[in-house]
Design a protein around this ligand. Sequence first.
Ligand code: ZN
Length: 130
Amino acid sequence: MGIIASGKYPEEIRGQHVPMITESQFYRVQAILDGRNPNFVKVKRNYDKTKFKLRRIVKCARCGIGLTAAWSKGRHASYAYYRCSGKCSNASIKKRDIDDAVIAMLKQITPTPECLDLLSVLLKKRIIIV
Ligand SMILES: [Zn+2]
């Protein structure tokens, strides 16, 4: 399904090649191999909405599609990644790298105390008018 795993590295990553089978097909085959009924297999959603708050908000730099998120299971641990869900084959990005970049960006646009005071005055005027 387009995931590359190596015994040398703990991380599994999405390859840049076209997957031979879909994720759904992969899990159906796994169910058959495990002796389960493949007709009741749901595609595993390998992300946690509460853990990946920037999912679909951060866009792919190549194609502009919102990034999706997933855990990659390594040999010793699981690793959180964002990746493009489009067909541009952009590489996966560690969740921590995206989080750090967004936090750095937010620090740059944090309003100054003077700006907050002006906003407060504006809001009070609006509240009085309404
Ligand atoms: Zn993309």
